[in-house]
Design a protein around this ligand. Structure first.
Ligand code: AMP
Ligand code: MN
Ligand code: MN
Ligand code: MN
Length: 288
């Protein structure tokens, strides 16, 4: 067991700047109360909440890293790449994220058209009621609308019945490329991290290709302990981190007190045999 892994780092969560329901300041306070010792807010494709997150964290004496979760298309699937400790003013990264957000409105209109074909009217306008950042309408906002209007019991059921591939509200979408996402993060001084690898329905060959190409582009780390993984997946991806010589990350992926299965700071420790990503980017951590 190395001491470095015994840190309550939570380096993955969402605010209402993307598809979470709490403000950055509220998340910072929740992280602090829950015992988080190093925190990053990682909104989808958007860094507009970073300044607020930083100010709130530093005011609470909570060490902070910049963060974002970039949507990427890889092998016909959407993959998420987390960036940590980058310069939030980097012009190339800012422009890349704006381009990645750009297709969301049309995608949302197309999703609503698909839902209308199975008798669910007004889903675009309905989803918009849950959106705080008009550039960041996501499937989660549609899911909340469908729960509120009684079509499903909870958001997980909405995804299963309406929003995943093959279902009426699913729209194939082209996000950033893996190489662009990793290079944007790296060029901005940050570390790129493969988010929740256990969530992708890849064959072993595709998963190997993801890890190999990610590293070739300069990617540094993989999420091992996340709210999206089972304990068996903690073990699997701990072994893969060692096999691929990747650093390891830890994050709840918290979105909302009711929807999320894992609260901020409430995860098991990283396995002690791993090298935590936060050690490698210690110089990027900001403190009061
Ligand atoms: P989008 O970026 O619009 O494709 O939305 C992706 C978001 O939907 C993810 O970040 C999760 O917050 C949420 N999501 C994806 N799959 C599920 C699921 N099966 N159940 C609940 N939420 C999900
Ligand atoms: Mn999300
Ligand atoms: Mn994700
Ligand atoms: Mn996430």
């Amino acid at each position: 067991m190395t001491a470095a892994t015994i840190l309550n780092a939570d380096l993955h969560c969402h605010s209402l700047v993307s598809d979470g329901t709490l403000a950055p300041e509220v998340l910072a306070a929740r992280a602090k109360v829950n015992g988080v010792e190093l925190w990053a807010l990682t909104d989808h494709d958007e860094i507009a909440g970073q300044q607020r997150a930083r100010d709130a964290a530093l005011a609470l004496g909570l060490p902070w890293l910049s963060g974002v979760e970039v949507s990427v298309s890889f092998a016909g699937t959407t993959v998420h790449i987390v960036g940590l400790g980058f310069d939030v003013d980097d012009p190339g990264f800012v422009a890349g994220l704006a381009a990645t957000r750009g297709g969301r409105e049309q995608r949302a209109r197309d999703m609503a058209a698909g839902l209308a074909r199975v008798g669910i009217e007004g889903a675009y306008e309905g989803a918009l009621c849950y959106v705080s950042n008009p550039e960041l309408i996501s499937r989660t906002h549609f899911a909340r609308f469908l729960v509120e209007t009684g079509h499903c019991y909870d958001t997980h059921e909405v995804f299963r019945k309406f929003l995943i591939e093959g279902k009426p509200g699913f729209v194939a979408h082209r996000w950033a490329s893996l190489s662009d996402a990793v290079r944007w993060i790296t060029a901005a001084g940050g570390a790129a991290v493969i988010a929740h690898p256990g969530r992708y329905r890849f064959t072993p060959t595709e998963e190997y290709a993801l890890f190999t190409e990610f590293i070739a582009h300069g990617g540094r780390a993989v999420e091992v302990v996340t709210g999206s993984h089972t304990p068996a997946e903690y073990a699997k991806y701990a072994d893969m981190a060692l096999e691929f010589d990747l650093l390891a990350s830890r994050g709840s992926d918290f979105h909302d007190p009711e929807e999320s299965r894992t609260d901020l700071g409430a995860l098991p420790w990283l396995p002690g045999k791993l090298a935590p990503v936060w050690e490698a980017i210690e110089a990027r951590v900001q403190r009061a």
